[in-house]
Design a protein around this ligand. Structure first.
Ligand code: HEM
Length: 363
């Protein structure tokens, strides 16, 4: 049966040729390392979110009266509902961690350099959209935690004169976080962000295949010509076939991703669902400790420390701009960050600063 279907497809789309050119004869660099599997992990993580999210969508009700109850229903009454919710909640945090790690390691290896500027910018936009997924999804359970964390994060733009109030109002739809905010965040989470993300992901993967994956700068000199004046596809004739050699490694890493996910679900089930996540939202009772999610803690703490909020947010917007346009600002030939003491120093300082702010914001 499977053979017949394969033959049927072969006649119509030239399946064998597709498999040969895209999988078995597509070669990856011979010195490829484990850091190159992070992009695939992010891709797998995104698919896991879509599948578990669709399951939750069947039972979830986006209305302030019912949202919390419908989520409790998923947790307590729907068969395996708790598992799908935990996969979605833990998965969202792991996905963000994987995307950040993928970005950091691409940076470390200088793989954003010419001709891969567009791959980097597209990736950066995907990171911003992933964070927006996190922000919008957090409100949906309509718990004390989600309500007040969203109140904190959506009030950040108000530091900007004129435009800030407009942005906060646009996000909330009202003066405070309300049922209208819930509708807007729901629309963002399930209808607006997914197609945007998908389009960027298709572009990202197209660019990687079209330009050719770069060799790692560790150990060997990368022979990729710079400055580049014409389109040259980077191929690796002496490298490994993507399928089955590298694909096997990628699947192994996806298994490791699942292992971490199920370890958290099993042994640390309240890590992302603490007490306040099990209390319905009450707009009249502010909890003692309100904090945004871990990935927003550093910018949140930074805003708290800079006395002038306008200055704080402007600085963050400039940082995002520098981050997105970095490949155009860094035209130095050397790709390996460890061979660039100044940039390495700035990078490590920035990482340390980020981690300190994150923990400061947390405790
Ligand atoms: C969910 C989001 C993302 C997905 C699914 C994804 C997927 C991938 C995949 C499968 C690869 C090829 C293998 C690898 O190097 O890992 C890749 C490469 C790359 N990614 Fe991403 N990525 C994402 C986010 C990002 C972000 C946030 C950035 C940086 C801002 C980025 C920048 C790059 C670059 C520059 C490459 C090219 C590496 C090379 O040719 O050596 N990506 N991505």
């Amino acid at each position: 049966m499977a053979h017949k279907f394969k033959d049927w497809l072969e006649v119509r789309i030239g399946l064998n040729d597709l498999i040969r050119t895209q999988l078995t004869e597509y070669r990856v660099p011979k010195n490829i390392n484990i850091l190159y599997t992070l992009g695939f992990i992010a891709l797998a993580g995104y698919i896991i979110q879509v599948v578990s999210g669709i399951f939750l969508l069947i039972y979830y009700i986006p209305h302030p009266e019912y949202a919390f109850k419908s989520v409790q229903n998923i947790m307590n009454r729907v068969p395996y509902g708790w598992l799908f919710r935990q996969i979605h909640v833990v998965g969202s945090n792991l996905l963000i961690a994987a995307v950040i790690l993928h970005m950091l390691t691409t940076f470390l290896m200088g793989n954003y350099k010419k001709p891969r500027e567009l791959t980097w910018i597209g990736g950066g936009l995907m990171l911003l959209i992933t964070l927006a997924f996190g922000l919008s999804g957090y409100l949906l359970p309509w718990s004390q935690l989600s309500y007040w964390a969203t109140t904190v994060t959506t009030s950040a733009p108000t530091a900007f004169p004129y435009l800030g109030d407009f942005v906060t109002k646009l996000l909330r739809g009202s003066d405070n976080v309300s049922g209208i905010t819930l509708s807007r965040f729901f629309a963002l989470h399930v209808a607006i962000l997914p197609p945007l993300f998908l389009a960027l992901m298709v572009l990202h993967i197209f660019l990687i295949r079209r330009i050719g994956i770069s060799a790692t700068p560790f150990g060997v000199t990368d022979e990729e010509k710079r400055p580049l004046t014409q389109y040259i596809k980077k191929t690796h004739p002496d490298g490994y076939p993507f399928y089955p050699d590298f694909f096997r490694k990628e699947m192994l890493m996806v298994m490791a991703y699942f292992t971490v996910m199920f370890a958290i679900i099993t042994f640390l089930s309240t890590l992302f669902l603490p007490e306040e996540a099990n209390t319905p939202a009450d707009p009249f009772e502010t909890p003692a400790h309100i904090r945004p999610e871990w990935y927003f803690l550093a910018p949140y703490q930074m805003l708290k420390l800079v006395p002038n909020k306008f200055l704080g947010i402007s600085l963050q917007i400039i940082l995002i701009g520098v981050f997105l346009l970095w490949p155009f600002l860094d035209t130095y030939k050397e790709k390996n960050l460890w061979k660039r003491p100044v940039l390495r120093g700035i990078f490590l300082l920035f990482l340390a600063f980020w981690v300190v702010l994150m923990f400061w914001g947390r405790y």
